[in-house]
Design a protein around this ligand. Structure first.
Ligand SMILES: C[S@@+](CC[C@H](N)C(=O)[O-])C[C@H]1O[C@@H](n2cnc3c(N)ncnc32)[C@H](O)[C@@H]1O
Length: 268
């Protein structure tokens, strides 16, 4: 990965955790692997998804890998604190996995491809270590799917600045819409993509708090200094965007965002 737009701070770790918990049912409800499966979780970060995978699939064995040693330590501590014994952690680069061909029963990869300069190559490298007949599950967001009420040009400019910053670092914050062609071009077959929409208003305070505030606004707020320094947005427009976000997460506001979940099979 060239440069990871969200960084590795405690703030980001807490944000990933909030995101995973609020999206648990929406994204993980149907991520159930056959009994006894060995599953590679590629790019596990601090383990926010790992805990849910381990909990939902007690008879599966997870090998959760990441490039960042510090994130892996945090993930391992979280797994131990929850008492899961079906997860092992390894420091690995998705582009250069040390496992033999056809090694894992299934693959899982969440919020990682959006940060990679060559997601198709990463998918091909992952495919090599998957057994024939095994599946890959990929989950990504797409910031172009976001809208809120009241809408505001300042909010649009702040979200666009995140998209531009991520592009400058070699990633793609609009990758959700590309999952079908990406998986297909990496030779996965029977690819199926399902959009998963999060909608929040005042009647769903847990979604307003867990997703709108602590996941989405926190993600945008986290790139403030870099976005301004890189000329993606002015300080004044940024301040106004934050004021406008407060209205969109307030009693009269609404928030909407779509994630994309793709599943493909390696036939042979
Ligand atoms: C946004 S985080 C997502 C973490 C986790 N999947 C989650 O949803 O909470 C992206 C993670 O991908 C990892 N990553 C990026 N490039 C990688 C690579 N080439 N090999 C392994 N991990 C990588 C980063 O270190 C980071 O922990």
């Amino acid at each position: 990965m060239n440069d990871y737009v969200h960084g590795y701070s405690e703030y980001e770790s807490a944000r990933l955790d909030d995101q995973a918990q609020v999206l648990r049912r929406l994204l993980h409800g149907d991520v159930i692997f056959p009994e006894g499966s060995t599953v590679l979780e590629a790019g596990c970060g601090t383990g926010a998804q790992t805990l849910i995978l381990a909990d939902n699939n007690p008879t599966s064995h997870f090998v959760s890998v990441d490039l960042s040693g510090d994130s892996l330590k945090e993930a391992a501590a979280a797994v131990a604190a929850h008492g899961y014994t079906n997860v092992e952690m390894e420091q690995q680069d998705i582009y250069d996995l040390s496992y033999p061909d056809n090694y894992f029963d299934h693959l899982f990869c969440c919020f990682v491809l959006e940060h990679l300069a060559d997601p198709r190559l990463a998918l091909m490298k992952l495919r090599r270590v998957l057994k024939p007949g095994g599946t890959i599950t990929v989950i990504e967001g797409d910031h172009g799917s976001f809208f809120c009420h009241p809408s505001s040009d300042h909010i649009t400019a702040a979200v666009d600045s995140l998209v531009r910053l991520q592009r400058q670092k070699g990633g793609d914050a609009l990758i959700g819409r590309r999952l079908f062609p990406l998986l297909s071009s990496a030779d996965f077959e029977s690819v199926r993509v399902s959009p998963r929409t999060v909608y929040a208003d005042n009647s769903r305070p847990e979604v307003v708090s867990g997703f709108s505030k602590k996941t989405f606004v926190a993600m945008v707020a986290g790139i403030k200094d870099e976005a301004i320094e890189n000329g993606c947005i002015s300080e004044k427009q940024w301040q106004q965007a934050m004021v406008d976000f407060d209205r969109a997460v307030g009693p009269e506001g609404t928030f909407c965002y779509t994630f994309f979940k793709a599943v493909g099979i390696k036939i042979r």
